[in-house]
Design a binder for this molecule. Structure first.
Ligand code: PGA
Ligand code: ZN
Length: 425
């Protein structure tokens, strides 16, 4: 049982220098602080992120959300006992009462939901990942295959009509520490190659810590990644994945990469050609968030061969996951806690995906903080994969360091998920 003795939220900054919510929950055991992330290429069906739209911070202030925590929410929960994550989250869902958390704001609700998870773990004297695993009914844990976003494009790098993320998947390793070492070494080889080819400017970092070279051709970027993998000595052991974030280059009728237009069928063919040539094992948001026919076509074409990850179309929402299941629209869930707004709903989304044989990727947002909550979530849910950006910038590295600490402290008792990665020959 967790007794809430005080609750205080405040406005802090995220990794882009935009305001976000931090929430401190007090119990007789201590004070439990959480920080809420924020996306840039957000799905329109995400839970509402409440912003002030006032003069301060160019409209991006979150003082309304902070005030909702400190007034409405605090008044309702302080002095109360909650026995489980579900009980607390159900209480918050009722208090908000809207479909998309527009009354209180998902950013107001999520901070408390995460802080409560920490308080619950402390109450039971166990690690956060164990406690989250218990809340999800998990019997065993695992360390995720990290998806490392090493080349940033699209909205994360100030580019139009562009593939957003090019990621290394270090799969064929026996521990998380080995996988992250191989990924970081390859990242540095890539940096050296870019510097040689284009000069130091090409090694400046995008929002998620990847490089932003002056290369418009997707094929050339993938070619360079394969060369870096080879030069680093990890040929065949590190594969490649893309997050196309294609809602950003879909105008309702056609897709455009650079100046080249594509129908959904042509785009599927384009992806298939990339898969054949560049050791691609995963494509996220290959189609736009509401283009269900496009999704179904892509999954039909490539879903037996590679992972088709749903992000903007699913928004970690069980209702949208059910639609995707009916339409056979993807085979993998990207799980972002702030898309849905509570820890419990994130757990339900992961359970539904798992029950239907999908893989699960626990993901950061492009606007992050030093809070490493999602590292524990990935281990606790035994998701098998994580997506926390490049092995650079402390808001990304905080998550990798937490995973290294979990693996190190468990002394080999928590397995690395490389062997169970789907579609890796
Ligand atoms: P976002 O990007 O946080 O800007 O939405 C991450 C992603 O698309 O996966
Ligand atoms: Zn995405």
């Amino acid at each position: 049982m967790v007794k809430i003795t005080a609750l205080k939220a405040m406005q802090i900054l995220d990794s882009r220098g935009n305001p976000t919510v931090s929430c401190a929950l007090s119990t007789p055991k201590g004070i439990f602080v959480s920080m809420v992330p924020s996306g840039a290429s957000t799905g329109t069906h995400e839970a509402l992120e409440l912003r002030d739209n006032a003069k301060e911070y160019a409209g991006k202030g979150v003082l309304k959300a902070v005030s909702n925590v400190n007034s409405i929410i605090a008044k309702s929960v302080v002095g109360k006992d909650f026995f489980s994550q579900r009980e607390l989250d159900d209480f918050l869902l009722k208090l908000d009462g809207t479909e998309n958390k527009s009354k209180l704001g998902a950013n107001a609700i999520l901070g408390l939901s995460m802080s409560f998870a920490r308080a619950l773990a402390s109450e039971n004297n166990i690690e956060l990942y164990e406690s989250l695993g218990n809340s999800a009914g998990k019997k065993s844990f695992s360390l995720p295959v990290p998806q490392l976003n090493v080349l940033n494009g699209g909205k994360h790098a100030g580019k139009e009509n562009d593939i957003q993320e090019h990621m290394l998947f270090p799969i064929k390793f026996s521990s998380f520490a080995e996988a992250i070492r191989a990924g970081a070494e390859t990242y540095h080889v890539l940096k050296g190659m870019l510097k040689k080819k284009f000069g130091a400017q090409a090694t400046l970092l995008g929002d998620e810590g990847g490089f932003v070279p002056p290369m418009d051709s997707v094929e050339q970027r993938l070619e360079l990644m394969l060369s870096a993998i080879k030069e680093a000595g990890y040929e065949g052991k590190i594969k490649i994945g893309l997050d196309c974030a294609s809602s950003e280059f879909f105008d309702g009728k056609k897709y455009s990469i650079g100046s080249k237009p594509f129908s959904a069928a042509e785009l599927s063919d384009f992806y298939a050609s990339l898969v054949d040539s560049y050791e691609i094992v995963s494509i996220e948001d290959g189609m736009a968030e509401d283009d269900w026919n496009g999704w179904a076509e892509l999954t039909k074409k490539l879903g037996k061969k590679i992972q088709i990850v749903g992000d903007d179309n699913l928004v970690t929402n069980t209702g949208r996951i059910k639609t995707a299941l009916e339409k056979k629209a993807c085979n993998s869930l990207l799980l972002k806690v702030n898309q849905i707004g509570t820890v419990s709903e994130s757990i339900w989304a992961s359970r539904l995906a798992e029950k239907n044989g999908w893989s699960i990727v626990v993901s950061h947002r492009s606007g992050e903080t030093e809070d490493a909550f999602i590292a524990d979530l990935a281990v606790g849910l035994a998701s098998g994969q994580s997506k926390f950006g490049a092995p650079a910038r402390s808001e990304r590295v905080a998550k990798y360091n937490r995973l290294l600490a979990i693996e190190g402290h468990a002394s080999g008792k928590i397995p690395f998920s490389g062997k169970s990665f789907p579609f890796s020959k």
